[in-house]
Write a protein that binds this ligand. Structure first.
Ligand SMILES: Nc1ncnc2c1ncn2[C@@H]1O[C@H](COP(=O)(O)OP(=O)(O)OP(=O)(O)O)[C@@H](O)[C@H]1O
Ligand SMILES: [Mg+2]
Length: 450
């Protein structure tokens, strides 16, 4: 790195504490700015990209984690150290998971802070150097089948590459169709177990009564109809990798058996007295919010922690519209080749329409639409489908106001807006609201809108 002083942003809402840290760092030859809140810090980060952020955990309404998430999303190379209150080790663990470079438990010695900063500064210098060396290589556009060059996907690639060489258990989350299975396969492809078995198990597809034998195997005669020894999926994967898809659907009893395997590395076949030691790397995936499943008693908390050693979050497509163009090209190429056709092209209007679509079914939906377009060759039909198809309301982000709502007024307003939008054409307005003509007319009459 050049001789320029390292720029540090100190985020602390307590004025005395903030001034103390600022003057200490300035005395140690760092260039220091400071902010008292997450919002003010973001303004400063945008204005004057610091090399490193040192943030307190507790900052009024928001926390240092919110800031960390922002920084990791927008500027993945920026150094980040977080200070957590004494006795809140879970905060430190969460922060490290979210990509903090280091944490300090309060109260800390000034020397500890300086050492931590020095360590992170060195790693930033190294990252910058690596970046320079790699500057010839363009931004990573894809990783073993995963396509997309948005910052969010870069983060996924970095994580996948980093943990693929280890045997760490990985938990992949994200909405349906975001590429969780593809990421699991990428992890496997890049690992040194790639010549060993990769066994995928869809935990949601096994009937509960068969789950134990499927996963862990069964001795001959262990249950009625068990005429021979059955080798379970985990045993079959010995030496390799097992992919537990839809792990949130695993019956509670099998969660206990799986926990035992993750803790002790052993399983017992159904009906077996002894135990078998296995060497299997576990990758799990779910579209569910497992923390919520834990809170509601459907998923074992201890198993959740055992699985969530390295979390990988697959971002929804609507969060990274900058990837749509590249994905469209990718699937056009794949499907045209698959059906032996010359590579098709789309007009810029169609592309715009694809970019504006919120993609509730994520990459899978996009792949399917492009495949259908390649087969039917009807660009207009694809556009019509995208613009006329009613979108599911994103109920994840839709929160009713604290004060409640006037349902009738809300419904009436929806009807009126639909009618205005479609210039009084009832058929189109009904379709726009995703309801039958009859149901629509009934409501129009109810609100005396006819
Ligand atoms: N980033 C990507 N680049 C290229 N193809 C992708 C990408 N993400 C997903 N796909 C493709 O989209 C389809 C769905 O992906 P995948 O099955 O991995 O999703 P998933 O997250 O496991 O979904 P579900 O939760 O419904 O099981 C697959 O055909 C996959 O190849
Ligand atoms: Mg899947």
């Amino acid at each position: 790195m050049s001789e320029a002083k390292l720029k540090i942003l100190v985020v602390e809402d307590e004025p005395d504490q903030r001034n103390l840290i600022v003057s200490m760092l300035a005395a140690n030859d760092y260039q220091v700015t400071s902010a008292e809140s997450v919002e003010a810090a973001i303004v400063l980060i945008k204005q004057d990209e610091p090399d490193l952020v040192f943030s307190d955990w507790k900052l009024g309404q928001l926390t240092g984690m919110d800031l960390l998430n922002y920084v990791r999303r927008e500027l993945p190379d920026m150094g980040f150290i977080i200070a957590t209150a004494y006795g809140t080790i879970t905060h430190a663990v969460d922060a490290m998971h979210a990509g903090a470079d280091d944490y300090l438990a309060k109260p800390y010695q000034r020397q500890t802070l300086l050492l931590a900063i020095d360590k992170v500064a060195k790693s930033i210098a190294l990252k910058k150097q690596n970046r320079r060396l790699a500057s010839e290589l363009s931004q990573q556009q894809e990783l073993v089948g995963l396509v997309g060059k948005s910052a969010m996907m870069q983060k996924v690639y970095q994580r996948v590459q980093r943990v693929s060489a280890t045997d760490a258990t990985v938990l992949i989350g994200g909405e349906s169709g975001t590429g969780k299975e593809l990421a699991a396969r990428a992890l496997y492809q890049l690992s040194n177990r790639k010549h060993k078995p990769f066994i995928a198990i869809n935990c949601g597809a096994i009937p509960e009564s068969l789950a134990e034998a499927e996963l862990f195997g069964a001795e001959k005669g262990a249950y009625t109809g068990a005429n021979s020894l059955k080798i379970g999926k985990l045993e079959a994967a010995d030496g390799g990798t097992v992919f537990l898809d839809e792990i949130g659907e695993l019956p509670l009893l099998q969660q206990t058996n799986l926990l035992r395997f993750l803790q002790e590395g052993v399983i017992s076949r159904l009906g077996q007295n002894g135990e078998l030691k296995l060497d299997v790397r576990v990758i799990a995936a779910t579209h569910r919010d497992l923390q919520l499943e834990v809170a509601e008693g459907r998923f074992r908390e201890d198993l959740y922690y055992r699985l969530n050693v390295v979390p990988i979050h697959m971002p929804a497509l609507r969060e990274r519209p900058e990837d749509v163009g590249q994905l469209v090209e990718h699937f056009l190429k794949i499907h045209c080749r698959q059906y032996g056709m010359p590579t098709a092209k789309l007009s810029s209007q169609t592309l715009k329409c694809l970019l504006d679509h919120p993609w509730p079914g994520n990459v899978r939906e996009l792949a399917n639409r492009i495949e259908r377009f390649v087969l039917l060759g009807d660009e207009q039909e694809m556009v019509n489908e995208l613009t006329l198809a009613p979108q599911m309301l994103d109920t994840n982000g839709f929160i009713l106001p604290e004060t409640g709502i006037e349902w009738d007024l809300f419904e009436k307003d929806c009807l009126q807006q639909a009618m205005t939008k479609h210039e009084g054409n009832r058929t189109k307005a009904a379709k726009f609201l995703g309801m039958s003509y009859k149901a629509f007319l009934y409501r129009l009459e109810k609100y005396q809108l006819v």
